[in-house]
Design a protein around this ligand. Structure first.
Ligand code: FMN
Length: 191
């Protein structure tokens, strides 16, 4: 039987942050591209936050797939001091629409971090409540890389849904026109 889990971990980047390209640090952009290519194949979703040289990532999916990815991530030399903050069973994927959502060190996050009592984003100082709040915040904030860093977000279904609605609207308009014509014909006693 399938078993869904969610893992949240933090780590410190080992690279020097380069100038942002389109608002995203280049190393982070490469990680996102790779994640968005790999994760959908494994049914994995989640969010990646990068701020002040630290990562905060949440990954959700089948236990075996999450564990396999986390093992790969742990061996990645682009970060160190990987520390798991939480692992739990979940009923549904909460980042269902994101193969890997990206949230930059947005003002909203940083002001929350300041409210926690910290000057910089240092998740190693977070307690359990901070972690929960951070996750809720990351679920709410929009992803500025949407539609730019890959082809899998927004989810592929979205374009089809839009086309589906367009066809439905056209069909309704055609039907309404046909009904009006019949009404007119009956009024004029053509039928
Ligand atoms: C902070 C961080 C987060 C990452 N997140 C993911 C991820 O969600 N999915 C993924 O496939 N790789 C992720 N990676 C990259 C993996 O460590 C690894 O390089 C990659 O999965 C290898 O994929 P490949 O075997 O297709 O080359 C992440 C790396 C870092 C440093």
């Amino acid at each position: 039987m399938s078993e869904l889990i969610q893992i949240i971990y933090i780590s410190r980047a080992t690279f020097e942050a380069g100038p942002r390209e389109n608002g995203v640090e280049p190393h982070v952009a490469r990680i996102l591209l790779k994640s968005r290519k790999n994760n959908p194949r494994q049914g994995l979703v989640g969010v990646l936050f990068y701020g002040d040289g630290n990562f905060f990532q949440c990954i959700e999916g089948e236990r075996s797939a999450v564990e396999a990815l986390f093992s790969r991530i742990s061996d990645d030399p682009r970060h160190k001091d990987v520390r798991v903050l939480s692992v739990r069973d979940i009923e549904v994927r909460t980042f269902n629409e994101w193969s890997m959502k990206y949230v930059p060190a947005a003002r909203e996050v940083m002001s929350r971090v300041k409210a926690f009592g910290f000057d910089t984003f240092d998740p190693y100082l977070f307690n359990e409540d901070h972690v929960k709040e951070m996750l809720t915040l990351l679920q709410r904030i929009s992803d500025p890389t949407l539609g730019r860093l890959n082809s899998t977000s927004p989810p592929p279904g979205e374009a089809h849904d839009f086309m589906g609605l367009t066809y439905l609207a056209l069909a309704i308009a055609t039907l309404a026109l046909a009904v009006s014509c019949i009404n007119l014909a009956m009024t004029m006693e053509w039928l």
